[in-house]
Design a binder for this molecule. Structure first.
Ligand code: ADP
Ligand code: NI
Length: 202
């Protein structure tokens, strides 16, 4: 597994080095680190496999433009000399981690940890920065006039995305450790939204 991790590091670093929607190499590094911290507390599964899933979790993400003409994860894994079972497990785990497309019941214990780490990176100060980077890239406005959920409008702005998804993530964590780590970041987003609304109305 050590050699595969080294190969994956090189592959993913090269692929995501200039990614601008918040799915850059630093995101992969943070997900690895956070996943390891969660694993240290939870002690379920194999930490090397946690690391591998963290590294590879966004390779097939269709939202990321650079992925369109690049190798799929399956094509890359085929070039590696690994067992078929490991390959199938990696493909199932990485394709089900996503918030929108994933089926949580198919995830291994290690992938449940990585899913929490990935969600933690969508929260807090970094989560806010990533949301606006992604929003701009996909042609979405920062906010539309009066675009706050208490008015129950769905406008497709990035501020709206906080109410659609980001504020829900804390209660969707798989692990107790992930839930605890999400709390401070969640509170920070609430204060950001509060200040944002105040300035918007001034
Ligand atoms: P997942 O990988 O769990 O499916 P996404 O890829 O949807 O999650 O989200 C990854 C990052 O992109 C997060 O930081 C998220 O906030 C951001 N993002 C996704 N959709 C939007 C959106 N409509 N507006 C702003 N940010 C978004
Ligand atoms: Ni991710």
């Amino acid at each position: 597994m050590d050699q595969l991790i080294k190969e994956a590091e090189m592959f993913v670093k090269e692929r995501f080095k200039e990614e601008v929607t918040g799915h850059d190499w630093f995101h992969m590094e943070r997900v690895r680190r956070q996943a390891y911290l969660i694993w240290e507390k939870e002690r379920v599964g194999d930490p090397l496999y946690v690391d591998l899933v963290a590294l590879l979790h966004d390779v097939d993400d269709s939202k990321i433009a650079s992925a369109v003409h690049a190798l799929t994860l399956e094509e890359w894994l085929e070039k590696m000399d690994i067992q078929k079972e490991l390959m199938a497990k990696l493909l199932t785990d990485t394709s089900n981690i996503s918030f929108r497309a994933g089926n949580r019941s198919l995830l291994s214990p290690e992938a449940l940890i990585v899913q929490d780490a990935d969600r933690l990176d969508a929260l807090g100060a970094i989560g806010i920065a990533r949301a606006f980077a992604y929003g701009a890239h996909s042609g979405q406005m920062i906010c539309k006039h009066g675009d706050f959920r208490e008015q129950n409008r769905s406008t497709g702005s990035t501020i709206e995305h906080f109410y659609d998804k980001l504020l829900l993530l804390k209660d969707l964590m798989n692990t107790k450790t992930g839930r605890e780590m999400a709390e401070e970041k969640h509170q920070f987003m609430l204060s950001f939204l509060c200040q944002f609304k105040k300035e918007w109305k001034e």
